[in-house]
Design a protein around this ligand. Structure first.
Ligand code: NOJ
Length: 757
């Protein structure tokens, strides 16, 4: 025993020694390099540019790119697609610049590279962190083979306002689930070593609070209490930092009146000092120069402010490059600050192994073998099936039997251009599988499937034009809406069943795609209602980048499957689930509101002093709609019936020296094998700052064969009950708690315990 301990100790000492020497080696290399660098070359490292061949997300793209590369005025690039182009850019630096400091290359690899996975919001509904981690690993594998070293992902902004289009890019409304997913993604992208050939540096964004813009309008102001920030919005960023994320992107919004990109409290006090982040901070696209619009000063002033705040790299605005030498002369910034930022960038390059191998990942053979491989596409299909959420299934309308006649109707039923969803910069919509094709393949010959479009995504040319900025997504048919509808109705009447695929075009969500009215466009509502009126069983497949308001459209449907934007294998994945090859198991990670007027609506809302009561006028409620959402957080059905036993606690008191377990028996009482996300919430009954009604603290996704029962066990510890108090200390407070277990945030069973000192 003693021998083993000694051996372990000496191994640890050796490992520590190795780490020390490699750290020392890195530092002396960088010291040596920085001694040779002019001020201009140092500022060049802080400059991130784009030639604009990706998707420019601002009005500016970089100019004189080659000249800047030659002059050492660029630290990294993004929006350069394909290893040939990346090689060309690296060549200029490696052959023609004075110090030959390699560039790194970034991109928005948000949900897969060329093998496009479902949008992140969809993937979060799988609640399967292993699957999500694997998707990030696969994305890194493909993207790195194509020469990339850096992805602007994960986006971990907690979001509770579905009007905001970027809810599509994140993991929904809950900080705990969001943190688990943030960790999985960082680990998936970065693997064990950034120097490896098949990993990417991750970049957690948008730091911070970008998911809470006023009115759900993108880029709008954010204002919230520290209390809410610490308890509800910051945890996923922190989780990414704890997972070792290499970079952080500052957000567009202001925080406490100071734009995030120039916010010293945020970028230095919180991020570096409290959280001990040691990577680099990059701005968002021109978020530095946008500080001028925020009212923070001119370009020179805001650039100095940003450097002082702790920004290391400037995306596109070129404020750091062009103004800091003047600010240095005027003593508005110090050389030590410029050196520190430059060092942070050089350290990242060193860790990526670029000084040894500037072309390390540009590998034509690997790109060919990896990108869009059969294995990757099969995985994309699997991930998509896991991300769908079954919202309704009347009398087992689903799964469909592969016989009889089926009318496949809807503007998204035979469409390729909207399957990938938003932020699929490197994906090719033409490679995606339309629903019609997938259904025909999967159903086989026993079923006749006929198609009619039935309606446009929207009949409104102005909305269509806005959805078509990156190519045709919402095409307005040459036929009149009446002709299209009539064709669809005739087909429906002549068929046994109807499957209708409705929803949003992919660019109706995502960046700069906020919607004030998040119902289905009028053209599609009309289609649905007319189909319901035929009396045929209608299965609704809803494809959207956000929770939609489906009020008034659910009653007539036999079943509703929420599929988000499912990625490259959309058609196959949807068919797999509709025909029962895969039993759906996704659960919502954002509440579906009854009406826009409820927003923000989220499961962890606090109790008010006047809880709603039908008989009491003076209680917290609406006169016209309920307080509760249409479908709550955590909700989702399977083709089976899942039954929960009573939760049983191992004891009634807990201290910080022990733990409690809560056990619950979960039974698959149906005839299909199923997976179920068992959710564990906690309610703190009394505390020094008002508690949320409940908070997710743990979950398990369990597989249950038809007829099988499993006992699911959660461990409750004192640390799980801690929160940030009024003084922003992380504490738990003794007293009464409820632990609540169930299959969604609404349908839970509670058992009580006491936390003692
Ligand atoms: C702006 C977006 O906010 C950010 O998420 C993205 O990474 C950058 N543009 C780069 O494309």
């Amino acid at each position: 025993m003693k021998k083993i301990a000694l051996l372990l100790l000496s191994t640890l000492i050796t490992l520590w020694g190795v780490a020390q020497t490699s750290e020392t080696r890195m530092n002396s290399f960088i010291d040596g390099l920085m001694k040779q660098m002019t001020l201009e070359e140092k500022l060049g490292q802080l400059n991130l540019i784009t030639p604009g061949s990706g998707i420019p997300t601002g009005s500016v793209v970089s100019r004189d790119v080659e000249k800047k590369l030659r002059e050492g005025k660029v630290g990294g690039m993004f929006g350069v697609i394909g290893y040939e182009n990346i090689r060309k850019a690296q060549d200029i630096v490696m052959k023609e610049s004075r110090l030959k400091i390699p560039l790194f290359f970034g991109s928005d690899v948000i949900h897969g590279y060329k093998t496009t996975f479902p949008i992140p919001l969809a993937m979060s509904c799988s609640w399967d962190t292993a699957l999500i981690r694997r998707s990030a690993m696969m994305a890194a594998n493909e993207a790195s083979a194509d020469g990339l070293n850096w992805t602007f992902s994960p986006m971990v902004d907690v979001a509770r306002d579905p009007r905001w289009g970027r809810v599509a890019e994140g993991s929904g409304e809950d900080p705990f689930l969001g943190s688990q997913i943030a960790t999985a993604m960082v680990k998936g992208y970065q693997g064990n070593s950034l120097a490896a050939n098949n990993t990417l540096m991750a970049c957690v964004k948008h730091f911070a609070l970008y998911g809470a813009p006023e009115g759900g309008r993108d880029y709008n102001s954010v204002d919230m209490s520290r209390n809410r920030m610490y308890n509800e919005y910051l945890p996923p960023y922190k989780a990414a930092v704890d997972a070792g994320v290499a970079s952080v992107m500052s957000s567009f919004n202001d925080i406490d009146g100071v734009p995030a990109t120039g916010n010293r409290w945020l970028l230095t006090d919180l991020l570096r000092k409290q959280w001990r982040f040691n990577g680099f901070v990059v701005s968002d696209y021109t978020s530095l120069s946008e500080m001028i619009n925020h009212g923070s000063g001119n370009l020179q002033e805001v650039s100095a402010q940003a450097l002082n705040a702790g920004l290391d790299m400037d995306m596109v605005a070129e404020g750091l490059l062009n103004t800091l030498s003047q600010s240095l002369k005027e003593k508005k910034v110090t050389l030590a600050q410029i050196d520190a930022a430059c060092r942070n960038i050089l350290v990242a390059k060193y860790k990526l192994g670029l000084f040894d191998q500037p072309y390390k990942t540009m590998d034509a053979a690997r790109a060919k073998a990896t990108i869009l491989s059969a294995e990757n596409r099969a995985f994309a299909r699997e991930v998509a099936t896991q991300s769908f959420v079954l919202l309704k299934n009347n009398q087992q309308a689903l799964p469909l039997a592969a016989k009889g006649s089926l009318a496949l109707i809807g503007p998204l039923a035979s469409d390729k251009s909207n399957m990938l969803g938003t932020w699929a910069v490197s994906g090719d919509p033409q490679l995606s599988i339309p629903v019609l094709e997938g259904m025909k393949q999967v159903a086989g010959t026993g079923v006749t499937i006929q198609y009619a479009k039935g309606a446009n995504i929207t009949d409104d040319p102005a909305l269509a034009a806005r959805a078509n900025v990156f190519g045709m997504r919402a095409e307005i048919d040459a036929r009149t809406p009446e002709v299209m509808l009539e064709e669809a109705l005739q087909l429906a009447r002549a068929s046994d069943k109807v499957v209708v695929v409705v929803g949003e075009a992919s660019e109706m969500s995502g960046e700069a795609a906020s919607r004030a009215d998040i119902t289905l466009p009028a053209s599609q509502q009309k289609l649905l209602k007319a189909l319901y009126a035929t009396g045929k069983p209608v299965v609704v497949v809803n494809m959207s980048g956000r929770p939609l308001v489906l009020t008034g459209l659910t009653e007539g449907a036999a079943a509703i499957l929420q599929v988000w934007h499912p990625g490259i294998e959309a058609g196959y994945a949807i068919a797999d689930v509709l025909f029962g090859k895969v039993n759906p198991s996704g659960k919502l990670t954002m509440s579906f509101p009854v009406a826009v007027g409820q927003i923000p609506v989220y499961y962890s809302q606090k109790n008010t002093g006047r809880p709603q009561s039908p008989d009491n006028k003076f209680s917290s409620k609406y006169l016209d709609i309920p307080n509760e959402p249409l479908f709550p957080f955590g909700y989702g059905l399977t083709y089976s019936t899942i039954e929960y036993g009573k939760p049983v606690l191992s004891g009634t008191t807990l201290t910080n020296k022990d733990s409690l377990t809560v056990k619950i028996r979960v039974t698959n009482a149906g005839k299909y094998d199923a997976r179920e996300v068992v959710q564990c919430y906690v309610q703190d009954k009394v505390r020094s700052i008002t508690p949320p009604a409940k908070e997710l603290k743990a979950f398990q996704k369990v597989s249950l064969k038809a007829g099988e029962t499993k006992e699911v066990v959660f461990t409750i510890t004192e640390r799980m009950l801690a929160f940030w108090n009024a003084n922003l200390n992380y504490v738990s407070e003794p007293g009464e708690f409820n632990v609540m277990v169930g299959g969604n945030s609404r349908d839970v069973q509670a058992v009580g315990f006491t936390l003692k000192n």
